[in-house]
Design a protein around this ligand. Structure first.
Ligand SMILES: [Zn+2]
Length: 323
């Protein structure tokens, strides 16, 4: 699917393809939740399709389109980490490079997509470099990442880079509402403007969990004991909770420094935030933000989540003044 906020990128890429001036290596970058992988798959489908439509999209009907949809197209490869945050291995990249050098069986093109390309380990990146430096004729390699700075410069410099931005708020909200999303405006804010992340957050359970975290912070600020809250928070999805805690702290810092006129991510929780900002110190909030940030950076390492939440909540209690 080409989303409404990707039209200019699509125009640029598909006309490049028509005029045969598309680079062999493309790098799609931009925040998570903007649909970059979907875009890459649409492009792969167009390049491989045997009879594209007059509006330059894959037809969805030809043998090539059907094989691609079934996940068995011989001229298409997709690589991604086995689990989010894990490395992409050198052996997989070698297989990809070997396959890209073979003659195509359908339209003449070979296409590979590497999702979460920042997870290429150093050997894997070096191995990929050869494929980028000496690309086979009619081959297209698409790297997709939300963290392009983590890719070696040697890789980045050999790719045509296409940037994806968060859409204007009104466009994103229109689209989310068309998908039947309630709370579109709140969820889009919590997703920092990324519509597909907002879609992922849809569902009562997540908003309830967010509420649970906020209640815990308020109760602990009132000097309630930490342990029970840590036990219940440890059972919830850690990545999401840490992200919310980060935003909550960032909002408190904004309130501290700029007063109540500021636009908050957690606008719906403005009253609780106003209460907490009076209890917290600037220095304590910065220390807490650092600690949460470190936990987010460590997310690929399996941590004991009960201990993690005990630590975080104790820090929170320490930095909050007694009421
Ligand atoms: Zn087709």
């Amino acid at each position: 699917m080409i989303y409404p906020w990707q039209q200019s990128q699509w125009q640029q890429i598909q006309s490049g393809f028509q005029q045969q001036r598309l680079a062999h290596g493309l790098l799609f970058h931009g925040s998570a939740g903007l649909g970059k992988n979907d875009f890459a798959h649409q492009l792969a489908a167009l390049v491989l399709c045997q009879s594209p439509t007059t509006s330059h999209h894959a037809c969805g009907q030809c043998a090539s389109c059907k094989l691609l949809a079934a996940g068995t197209h011989p001229d298409f490869i997709k690589l991604a980490p086995e689990e989010s945050g894990k490395a992409i291995k050198v052996d997989d990249v070698r297989d990809l490079s070997a396959s890209m050098a073979l003659t195509a069986q359908f339209s003449g093109y070979k296409v590979a997509i590497i999702e979460q390309a920042q997870q290429l380990n150093i050997n894997a990146a070096n191995s990929l470099l050869k494929t980028l430096e000496e690309p086979a004729d009619k081959s297209l390699l698409i790297l997709v990442t939300a963290q392009p700075h983590k890719l070696p410069i040697t890789i980045r410099s050999r790719c045509q880079q296409i940037a994806f931005q968060t859409p204007p708020e009104s466009q994103a909200i229109d689209w989310l509402q068309q998908q039947g999303l309630e709370n579109a405006s709140l969820l889009l804010r919590l997703a920092h403007g990324a519509p597909l992340l907002a879609m992922d957050m849809n569902g009562d359970a997540l908003l309830e969990q967010r509420q649970q975290l906020m209640q815990a912070l308020l109760a602990i600020a009132g000097q309630k004991p930490v342990l029970d809250f840590a036990a219940s928070l440890a059972k919830l999805p850690g990545d999401r909770l840490l992200g919310w805690l980060y935003d909550w702290l960032a909002d408190l810092l904004k309130l501290h420094q700029c007063g109540e006129q500021v636009t908050l991510v957690n606008q719906d929780q403005a009253q609780s935030l106003a209460k907490l900002v009076k209890l917290s110190s600037l220095q304590g909030l910065y220390a807490m933000l650092d600690q949460v940030n470190q936990c987010i950076q460590l997310k690929s390492i399996p941590l004991n989540s009960q201990m993690l939440w005990e630590d975080l909540l104790l820090s929170w209690q320490r930095q909050i003044k007694r009421v």
